[in-house]
Design a protein around this ligand. Structure first.
Ligand code: ADP
Length: 380
């Protein structure tokens, strides 16, 4: 399907062997200038905070992206402009969708590249007629690049719609079932209370009643989380300090689970504008997962540092890392690998963080070898 689509796109813009030949010829002339083109490209991004905000990983990520763009330019001029090229470019487009790059930046950013390349070609080609043909070939392939990117946004849009429909059905069913379950659970709870008197001092009977109460409480907690996911509770935001949020979450885990989380907060971080209760719940959920993964004797780190123009809070552990089987659907409701898990924690965390205009991602390359979850928040 995509093969014929790419061929159709090429036919439409008129990109064929002649254009390919022009690109190959101009490639060695342009290659020494790629770094300059990339530098101009990222200068422009730095002037636009909304574009820069998408690059959550800060200066390090910008360096990586610069190298990727140089490779992108190299492939642009050397091809081969076949099916694998299309797939490769579509992958980059999907990455843009995943990191939430607003679509209009594809066009404006491509315009920066177009302007730079055209100017250099004009300067380096003596014959104006050939310069024109080269510029034309570049223009056509850049238009193809845009067409591919647009197509990936369309694919993603269809998927998002499907996901939203699934979630809406899930939401309706969930809230009906959850409400229906509250009543019988309430009855069980009050009956247990009454039975306590009847059981008297019988240790075995009391133990079983305690078990029932524990499980009823657990079922109620699950219902609350389900309803939290389904309902929209807009955050009531206050100025908060990342350090305070981190310390409070770590104290909570210490009190409930007797586990000492290592907290590392960078100096001079900006404040964030968050609902402190909701954000506390996010951090505690992530920390609880990390403690589950690392075991009683393991290590869990909660760090806060500057990233992009905001703050990134990272929960990292030395457990086995996220299993491949759940990686792709990690943030969807009801995905769990734990015997007693429900698989709502991460779905709820992501929902809350996104309601704050932030992002929650699984990241690589942290100090401890297990999983690392990064909550990125805008500055206040
Ligand atoms: P639950 O904790 O009920 O399973 P979550 O949504 O919080 O639900 O987590 C979903 C799944 O993600 C977990 O069952 C586990 O497989 C994986 N996961 C979450 N955090 C970690 C972690 N720190 N290390 C390894 N796997 C994790």
């Amino acid at each position: 399907m995509s093969g014929s689509l790419f061929d159709e796109m090429k036919r439409y813009v008129g990109f064929g062997p002649t254009e390919e030949q022009h690109l190959r010829e101009v490639a060695p002339l342009l290659r020494p200038h790629f770094t300059a083109v990339v530098t101009t490209f990222y200068h422009r991004i730095e002037e636009h905070p909304d574009a820069l905000a998408v690059i959550a990983g800060g200066a390090e990520q910008v360096e990586r992206l610069k190298r990727t763009l140089e490779r992108w330019l190299d492939e642009f001029f050397t091809g081969p402009w076949v099916e694998a090229y299309y797939e490769n470019r579509a992958r980059i487009g999907r990455m843009h969708v995943r990191i939430g790059l607003p679509q209009h930046y594809n066009f404006t950013a491509m315009n920066v590249i177009r302007g730079e390349l055209n100017e250099i070609v004009a300067q380096l080609t003596d014959d104006p007629a050939i310069a024109c043909q080269r510029v034309e070939a570049i223009d056509r392939l850049l238009d193809l690049e845009l067409a591919i990117m647009l197509h990936t946004y369309k694919e993603d849009y269809a998927q998002q719609l499907q996901r939203r429909e699934r979630l809406a059905t899930f939401g309706e069913m969930t809230s009906t079932i959850a409400h229906e379950l509250r009543n019988p659970l309430g009855v069980i709870d009050s009956s247990v209370y009454l039975l306590r008197g009847a059981v008297g001092e019988d240790a075995r009977g009391l133990r079983h009643l305690e078990k029932i109460r524990g499980q009823v409480a657990r079922a109620n907690r699950i219902i609350t989380s389900l309803l939290d996911i389904v309902r929209d509770r807009p955050p009531s935001r206050m100025h908060s300090t990342p350090g305070d949020l981190a310390e409070r979450a770590a104290a909570d885990v210490l009190e409930r689970r007797g586990f000492a989380v290592e907290v590392a907060v960078a100096e001079g971080l900006p404040q964030v504008l968050v609902d402190p209760e909701q954000m506390h719940q996010v951090l505690v959920n992530l920390l609880d997962n990390a403690v589950d993964a690392s075991g009683d004797r393991g290590r869990v780190r909660l760090s806060a540092r500057a990233a992009g123009h905001g703050v990134e809070m990272v929960v990292n552990d030395d457990g086995p890392g996220v299993e491949d089987a759940v990686r792709a659907r990690l943030f969807e409701p009801l995905v769990t690998t734990k015997d007693t898990g429900v698989g709502l924690g991460l779905a709820l965390c992501r929902k809350v963080v996104e309601a704050h205009g932030g992002t929650l991602r699984l990241i690589d390359g942290e100090a401890l070898p297990g999983a690392a979850f990064a909550v990125w928040l805008k500055p206040a």
